[in-house]
Design a protein around this ligand. Sequence first.
Ligand SMILES: [Fe+2]
Length: 270
Amino acid sequence: MKISVLSDIHTDLNDKENDKIIDSLRLISEETDTGVFLIAGDVSNNYESTVNFMNELTKNSHSSFYFVPGNHDMWNIENKIDDSWKIYNEYKKYDWCISGKKINLNSDWCLVGDIGWYDYSFSEKNFFYSEFNSGKNFDRQWKDKLYVNWNKTDSEMTDYFFNNFEELVKGENKNIIFMTHMLTNNFFTVHDNEMWKFFNAFLGSEKYSKLINKYNNIKFSVMGHVHYRKIFSQNSCVYICNCLNYRNEWENPENSSYNEIKNAIYTFEI
Ligand SMILES: [Fe+2]
């Protein structure tokens, strides 16, 4: 079975009138005869747009598309839904959203996933908790602090997802593909400037790779969020961060979405 991976497709910002991400994805999934297509979050900045996109994408589609929300999919700028749990629980109603679920792919493999969250463990430690808690530093604001409201601390949210993940993977004998939006490994953190020593705080948690190392049947950890296209192996797991990103970050910003996506998708066989 062929599995394809792509994240951070940001359809609301990347779509052009004559070049829609949805058309390119549907066509490529068919041309490449992909069995399962994984989208690791950040489809759009608004819940209704993401739901509409995923409903349309999965209608009579060639591949089985599965999704976990990203932080952007949780934002309440447009919909003004104050309680993020309402948005999260809406996503969970759809079969294409695997949050908190286990999907059996075949007799040997299953798929588990959810957003995941961040607990500042990927940052340098010499910042104040109040700076992390506000998401403000270097004259920049981490926007989840304004537009996502779980009514829990980030550390509590990281643990919430961690505990759900462990419930899903413990006792499972099949090989597992583990999909999150947030980073499960600090290999993918950003080291190209001072600012990221702080903002790496909001990319993921080191707890998740500890979970992966504990359960060695987790063979793939698929994620997005950091706008990289990188793959690496550690112990028995292959970590894949494979993002489409904004057009100005594309390998060729003049590319059609078809060409850029075809070039960007990462595919493996199970
Ligand atoms: Fe993200």
